[in-house]
Design a protein around this ligand. Structure first.
Ligand SMILES: Nc1ncnc2c1ncn2[C@@H]1O[C@H](COP(=O)(O)OP(=O)(O)O)[C@@H](O)[C@H]1O
Ligand SMILES: [Mg+2]
Length: 208
């Protein structure tokens, strides 16, 4: 897959804009509503404090419940945006966690080096999408993830021994989205996926 870097960057930016809009919507409809509800209950409780302490106590309970729910909603949202394990423990641990969801053996060989945030994030999402594809499409009996630094290049390889036939679908998600992410980092993505011969995705990303 060859990708023109400026085109890839434009598509990555468009996708990021879309993601931000979705995020604003999620925040507005989720945690924001729950905090608004909590505030309303607190205001009512304050008003009833002297005249109706029993009601005030009920309202405090309701406010606590809403604030609690809002916090849970926020936590879930944050975990979905940027897996905490990636920031704290790095790529190798995050890749292992992602591979643990795959119900076939996955051999993992990942450099322990820490890389820049944008590269770690892109590589992580690359591996997540590639392993999701293995589960969805490959019918494989095993898979592998290899992330290595060779000279000034990062090489990321995800392979399986499944049915092959992987190809981008031209809809800027999935494999095409991966090619764009890699292209935006001035890297290249190679897809080898002969019918019946398994699939190997290799991204080469310059490190300087
Ligand atoms: N590891 C794989 N093994 C076999 N086929 C694959 C694999 N990965 C992708 N494909 C094929 O390539 C297509 C495009 O993949 P992708 O762009 O990720 O789209 P999606 O996963 O949303 O269908 C898939 O629909 C599937 O037919
Ligand atoms: Mg996919």
């Amino acid at each position: 897959v060859t990708t023109d870097a400026p085109d890839a960057r434009r598509r990555v930016i468009e996708a990021a804009d879309g993601a931000r809009r979705a995020l604003a919507r999620d925040l507005h409809d989720g945690a924001q509503q729950q905090f608004v509800t909590a505030l309303m209950s607190l205001r009512l409780a304050q008003r009833k404090w002297d005249s109706d302490p029993v009601r005030a106590k009920e309202l405090l309970d309701a406010a606590l419940e809403s604030a609690d729910a809002a916090l849970c909603t926020l936590r879930d949202l944050v975990a979905g945006i940027h897996p905490p394990i990636l920031a704290h423990l790095g790529l190798a641990a995050a890749v292992e966690a992602s591979a643990a969801r795959v119900p076939i053996p996955v051999s993992i060989d990942v450099t322990p080096e820490r890389l820049s945030d944008p590269i770690e994030a892109s590589v992580y999402f690359f591996v997540v999408e590639a392993l999701t594809n293995v589960m969805k499409h490959a019918g494989a009996s095993r898979a592998g993830v290899r992330i290595a630094i060779d000279a000034d290049q990062l090489s990321v390889e995800v392979s399986d021994d499944g049915v092959g036939g992987a190809a981008p679908r031209g809809d800027s998600t999935g494999l095409e989205g991966l090619a764009d992410r890699v292209g935006a980092l001035d890297g290249v993505l190679d897809v080898a996926s002969p019918a019946g011969g398994g699939t190997t995705l290799v991204a080469q990303i310059p490190l300087n």
